[in-house]
Structures are given as structure tokens and as C-alpha cells.
Design a protein around this ligand. Sequence first.
Ligand SMILES: [Ca+2]
Ligand SMILES: [Ca+2]
Length: 82
Amino acid sequence: MIKSSSSCQELQEVRDTFRSYDDNRDDYWDIKDLRDFIYQQGTGESAEEIMKDADVDKDSQISFRELCQWYERQEMVAAGTD
Ligand SMILES: [Ca+2]
Ligand SMILES: [Ca+2]
């Protein structure tokens, strides 16, 4: 049984996505990395808004763990609106 808090971290796909946008390979997304990701997603969302939403510890960078938590919230939203 996978705990919901760790399920995203088990996903190789999410890991690969995180790595592929992490330009300087420091295991954090800064606002520029996030902007590239959003651009590719084509959702039209603002990087600043998502940074505010996803950056739990307020260090102005998104760690893989923070991305996972944000991603899981998005999945829940998506599931609820289908
Ligand atoms: Ca980085
Ligand atoms: Ca952070």
C-alpha cells in the first residue's frame, strides 16, 4: 500500500520531468525552471502564482518534494472537475 504523501515520489515520470527542467542540476526549480515547465504545459498559468502555491518553505525554489505535493493537489483538482 502506497501512502498518498509518497505516491508522487514513486513516479519515475515525475522525477524525469523534474530533472529535465532543472537546468543547473541543483535539485531545485527556480522561477526560470518553473517558467519553462509552465510554458511547455501551455496552461497559461503564472509562474509566480504556482511558485507561491507550491513553495511550502518559502525559499523561492521548488524542491522535488514540493513539486510532488503540488502535483498531487493538481491531480485531485483534475479528478474533481472531470
Ligand atoms: Ca535548478
Ligand atoms: Ca521551497
